[in-house]
Design a protein around this ligand. Structure first.
Ligand SMILES: [Fe+2]
Ligand SMILES: [Fe+2]
Length: 280
C-alpha cells in the first residue's frame, strides 16, 4: 500500500511558480495512485488571513483523486506566540477559517491495516482551548488504534533537527513533544512525517525501547537551502510504501519540470510579503 505526503505548497491566488509546481505534483500523485494522501501544512503562501489563497489551494488540491487530509501550517493558522513569524499567532478565528476550507485540523484515519494520525502542531504551546481539546482527543486514540502500525503527521517536526536555531520555531516545543509521545504510548509508531523545513531528510529517533523512523517532507512550492546538514534541499513529495509487519519505506519523488527558484525570486511571494508589511 502507498501513502503520499505533500507539504508546503505555499499557494497564492495570484498563481505563479508554486501553483505551476502543485499542478505538476497533483498529476504525479495521481500517477502513483496512493490509497491516501496527507498535506502537512503551509498550504497558503504566507498569510493565514488571505482567504483567496486558501480557496485557490483548495481548488488545486481537488485534483487529487485519492482521499486527502490537510493539516495546518504556521502560514495557514499562525503559530504559538513565542517567536511567531511576522507576529502571526494562532487564533480561534484562523483555525475556524482553515477548518471551513480544509476540514478538521486533527484527525485519525484507518487505512487498510494501518492507522494514520494527523495532529495540529501549530496550537501546541498556544494555551488555546483548541489545544486542550486536541490533547483530550489524543488520549482517546490508543483504544481506537489497538495494535495497528501507525503513521503520525504534523506540520512541525516532533524531533528538532536544528536545536541551535532560536530565532524561528523549527519544531514542536519540548514539553508538547513529551506530552505527545506520552499520549501515544502503547501505539505502535511506524513513522513520523512532518513538513515546515522545506527539505527531505530521513532519520531514526530513539523513544524508550523503540527506534522511530522520522521523515521531513520536502516542499512542493520552493526549497530552503539555509538550514544546512545532510538534508536534500530540493522540491518533491514523499511516497511511503507500507509493507508487512509495520515496515515503512519512504521514497523521495520529484519531477524534471519543476520551477526551482528561491522564494524571493517568486513575484507572488514578494507581493504576499508586501501585503503583510514584512521585509526579509
Ligand atoms: Fe513552509
Ligand atoms: Fe511552516
Amino acid at each position: 500500500m502507498k501513502i503520499v505526503q505533500l507539504s508546503d505548497t505555499h499557494i497564492s491566488h495570484l498563481g505563479g511558480a508554486t501553483t505551476e509546481n502543485l499542478r505538476a505534483f497533483v498529476d504525479l500523485i495521481n500517477s502513483i495512485n496512493p490509497t491516501f494522501v496527507v498535506h502537512s501544512g503551509d498550504v497558503a503562501i504566507l498569510d493565514p488571513d488571505q482567504a483567496e489563497d486558501r480557496e485557490a489551494a483548495r481548488e488545486l488540491l481537488a485534483g487529487i483523486q485519492a482521499p486527502l487530509r490537510v493539516l495546518p501550517g504556521n502560514h495557514d493558522v499562525g503559530e504559538r506566540p513565542d517567536n511567531a513569524w511576522a507576529g502571526l499567532v494562532v487564533t480561534p478565528e484562523r483555525l475556524a477559517a482553515f477548518e471551513a476550507t480544509f476540514g478538521p485540523d486533527h484527525w485519525l484515519e484507518l487505512v487498510g491495516d494501518w492507522a494514520v494520525i494527523g495532529v495540529n502542531s501549530e496550537i501546541m504551546g498556544s494555551g488555546l482551548p483548541e489545544e486542550e481539546a486536541q490533547w483530550e482527543w489524543l488520549a482517546t486514540l490508543p483504544a481506537q488504534i489497538g495494535t495497528r502500525p501507525t503513521l503520525v503527521f504534523s506540520h512541525k517536526p516532533v524531533w528538532n533537527p536544528y536545536p541551535e536555531v532560536t530565532e524561528h520555531n523549527i519544531a514542536i516545543p519540548d514539553d508538547s513533544k513529551a506530552r505527545l509521545l506520552a499520549a501515544l504510548d502503547g501505539v505502535t509508531l511506524a513513522a513520523l512525517g512532518s513538513g515546515h523545513l522545506h527539505h527531505y531528510a530521513v532519520s531514526t529517533e530513539t523513544h524508550g525501547d523503540a527506534e522511530i523512523l522520522t521523515v521531513s517532507a520536502p516542499a512542493t512550492g520552493f526549497a530552503h537551502a539555509g538550514l544546512g546538514g545532510p538534508a536534500l534541499a530540493q522540491q518533491g513529495i514523499v511516497e511511503y510504501q507500507l509493507g508487512e509487519a509495520g515496515a515503512v519505506r519512504p521514497f523521495f519523488r520529484n519531477l524534471p519540470t519543476l520551477v526551482e527558484i528561491a522564494p524571493t525570486e517568486i513575484p507572488e511571494f514578494s507581493a504576499a510579503l508586501e501585503e503583510l508589511g514584512v521585509s526579509l
